[in-house]
Structures are given as structure tokens and as C-alpha cells.
Design a protein around this ligand. Structure first.
Ligand SMILES: Cc1ncc(COP(=O)(O)O)c(C=O)c1O
Length: 401
């Protein structure tokens, strides 16, 4: 396992062309993840598993800072770190527009509690939100009375413009905020964020994009997407340390939001939303290494590999009697996760045997009225693992009663 980016570059160069179907290359990538593989981990969509390099960077800084003469003040209070610049470059933002928070849930709460809204301003969200992207609005409603409405996206059309039209038709005069996912945690749909944001901007609405499932999985260019706020749980697909995530506040949206809780204040950049009190420095160090690790492979290659593997799995699962795949085949409307149901079975009917009998760690589908499982196709996953998933689902579906 590589300790440095230079070593990683050398290992990857020796594994042949950096292509989606060069299995030797992907085995070299997998070898950078120290987890022992006793269970097939296909739940990156909940939380990632650290590459050796990211883990070691944190251990090293912890050792260095904790084993010293007690003068740890310089490292325990966060200062601008190279992690901010690296994250900003990855998503095409200015460093002043990014805050490193703990996760999407925290970022969403910062937005929901900090937005400058009148009590009657409505928040329009969807039936596909994760609790982490939804409970903050419930809280806003309880605190300030803002009404919330959910657009029903159960089984939406497989056409970007039709999806935008659904959003457009749901907007009412009182609607002020659109809050929706980039990649849904339920069906693993990739929503046409750029088009939805453009439509919302024409109507003077504020857009909040929950990209918990996107940064590190697919290319994210916040300027091209054009939303006001973008959040992500980088600990998932970007393999940053657990307890790290993104809050992006577009420069033009800085005055639409204030501090919902006191963090230390500061100049009106996104950094004012970071917790400025004492904390561990190690996650920021690990964060910067994780972005380097990702860049050594490259966003488009990671995205293409995940899409190819997910397509393969969708094709296999679609052929199994009783299985309904919810994730579209369309590349534009999907990414690196696959969600499916088995007729007559609950989430635990599917997920429990997958885990206990077949040693596959999936994620149950709960939100939005779905029952079934979700499989992540991350850079450390292999086609053998997906073959195992397909075989297991086939047996589980055949034995249903
Ligand atoms: C779309 C979406 N939003 C928010 C979250 C919450 O993520 P976190 O627990 O990292 O805040 C998740 C987690 O899976 C998610 O999929």
C-alpha cells in the first residue's frame, strides 16, 4: 500500500492503462484499501472505507501532536488548511465558498436554520430525501413555521426535461426554496440539477442541493450546476475522514444566509459556518490526502468505472424474475449505485440474507415508499463482488414466498 502520492502514481502506472475495464488497474486501487474483505462492502453510499494513505496521514498527525510537550493549541484550533483549497478546486469553487463541516446533515441544518426567510415562505422538497436532508426543514418548520411540501417523485419519467417540468409545475407563489438531491439515496437517480437550478433561478428561488452521494462519485462543478447551496458527505465517495463533509455557499448567495448558531463568526465567507472552537486537526490533514488520492485516479475515470459497473449490475438484476430495478439505465440519470426491490419482500427480507448468508453489506431502501436494497459500485469494488450480488439476489428472489 502506498504511503505517498508518488508511490501511488508508481503503483498505478505499473498496473497498465488507466481504463475502466483494466481489472489489473482496479485491483491496484483496491489494494490501497486496508479493509480485510471478510464482508463484501457495497455500502459506500452510507459511509466510505478509508484508503491506507488517508488513515496513515491521520494517525501520523495524531501521534505527532499528542505526543509532545502539551503545547497543542496551534493544531487544535482550525485555521485555513490546504484541504479547503483542494476541495474547492475539485468542485470548481473559490476557497472562500467552501466550509468543511462534519457531514451533509450538519451542512443542511446550517442552511435551513440560517436562511433569511419570511415565516410564510415555503420549502419545496421531494419524497426522495434522506432524513439528513429533510429533518432540517422539519426543524425550520417547528421553529419558524415555514411550510414544507414534497414533490412526489415516486417512479418519475426517465427524461430530464420531464423531471424539470414536474418541479416547475409544483412551484406555487409562496414557494421560496427548492431543496433536492443530486443523486437520490433511494432510487439512485441522478437529477438534472443544472436544469432545475436554471429554472429556479429564473423564478428567483433559492436552490439547496443535497449532494451527499455525489462528490467523489461523479464530477461536480458547482458553477456549472448553478445552485446557491451545495452540500456533500465527502466521507462517502471521496473517502475523506469520517466526520468531514462539505458546505458550499455560492458567492452570490452569501447574503441570503446568516449564522443559525454561533460558530465564531468572521467574515461573510463560507468559512464562518465552520466550527471554530477546539477540535482535532487530524481530519483536515486526512481530508487533503483524500483529495490527492482521488485526483491520482481522476474524477472522470472513477465516474466512468462506477457507471460501467452499475450498468452491468442493473442489466443482471433486471433479468431476475421478481426483481424491479429502480435506477435508470440512462447514464445521464444514474451514477454508481443500483437500487432494486424483490416483489413481496421487505427491505430486511432482502438485506438480512444478503448480509448473513452471502456476506454482502448492502443498504436497505426505506425512504420514499421503497422496499429493497441499494448496492454501491465504488472504486474498491470488483466485478466478482457484483457477480456475487447478482447470484445472491437471484437465489433470494427464487426462494421468496
Ligand atoms: C442524500 C443523502 N443526504 C444526506 C445523507 C446524510 O449523510 P450524513 O449522515 O453524512 O450527514 C445521506 C446519507 O446517506 C444521503 O444519502
Amino acid at each position: 500500500m502506498a504511503d505517498t502520492i508518488e508511490e501511488l502514481d508508481g503503483i498505478l502506472a505499473g498496473a497498465g492503462p488507466a481504463e475502466t475495464d483494466n481489472e489489473k488497474y482496479w485491483q491496484a486501487v483496491r489494494a490501497q484499501f486496508p479493509y480485510n474483505g471478510s464482508i463484501h462492502y457495497t455500502n459506500n453510499g452510507t459511509i466510505g472505507i478509508l484508503p491506507h494513505m488517508v488513515l496513515q496521514a491521520q494517525i501520523a498527525v495524531l501521534k505527532e501532536t499528542e505526543i509532545q510537550d502539551g503545547d497543542t493549541g496551534g493544531v487544535a484550533y482550525p485555521a485555513p488548511h490546504e484541504a479547503h483549497g483542494k476541495l474547492a478546486a475539485l468542485i470548481n469553487a473559490d476557497p472562500s465558498e467552501v466550509a468543511i463541516t462534519r457531514n451533509s446533515t450538519e451542512s443542511m441544518n446550517i442552511i435551513a436554520l440560517g436562511l433569511d426567510l419570511k415565516p410564510e415562505d415555503e420549502i419545496l422538497t421531494t419524497t426522495h430525501e434522506h432524513y439528513g436532508g429533510w429533518s432540517c426543514w422539519q426543524h425550520r418548520h417547528a421553529q419558524f413555521g415555514n411550510p414544507i411540501r414534497k414533490l412526489d417523485l415516486y417512479d418519475p419519467p426517465e427524461d430530464e426535461d420531464e423531471i424539470v417540468r414536474l418541479f416547475e409545475e409544483a412551484i406555487r407563489p409562496e414557494t421560496r426554496v427548492l431543496s433536492f438531491c443530486h443523486v437520490t439515496c433511494t432510487t439512485a437517480w441522478r437529477l438534472p440539477v443544472r436544469k432545475i437550478c436554471a429554472m429556479a433561478r429564473e423564478r428567483g428561488l433559492i436552490t439547496v442541493v443535497d449532494g451527499a452521494q455525489s462528490v467523489g462519485m461523479i464530477g461536480v462543478d458547482v458553477k456549472d450546476l448553478g445552485g446557491d447551496f451545495y452540500v456533500s458527505s465527502t466521507h462517502k465517495w471521496l473517502f475523506t475522514p469520517k466526520g468531514t463533509g462539505l458546505l458550499y455557499v455560492d458567492d452570490a448567495a452569501q447574503d441570503k444566509i446568516g449564522l443559525g448558531y454561533y460558530t465564531g463568526g468572521g467574515r461573510p465567507t463560507a468559512r464562518r459556518f465552520e466550527n471554530n472552537a477546539s477540535q482535532s486537526h487530524a481530519p483536515l490533514v486526512g481530508f487533503a490526502v483524500a483529495v490527492d488520492f482521488h485526483n491520482a485516479i481522476g474524477t472522470s475515470l472513477v465516474e466512468d468505472r462506477g457507471a460501467a459497473m452499475a450498468k452491468w449490475l442493473k442489466t443482471r438484476l433486471s433479468d431476475i424474475p421478481g426483481v424491479r430495478v429502480w435506477t435508470p439505465m440512462s447514464r445521464a440519470l444514474s451514477a454508481s449505485m443500483v437500487s432494486f426491490s424483490i416483489a413481496g419482500m421487505t427491505s430486511s427480507d432482502v438485506g438480512t440474507p444478503l448480509r448473513e448468508r452471502y456476506r454482502v453489506h448492502s443498504r436497505g431502501l426505506h425512504e420514499g415508499g421503497y422496499h429493497g436494497a441499494r448496492i454501491s459500485c465504488a472504486m474498491h469494488n470488483s466485478y466478482e463482488e457484483m457477480e456475487r450480488v447478482a447470484g445472491a439476489v437471484s437465489e433470494i428472489a427464487a426462494n421468496r414466498c
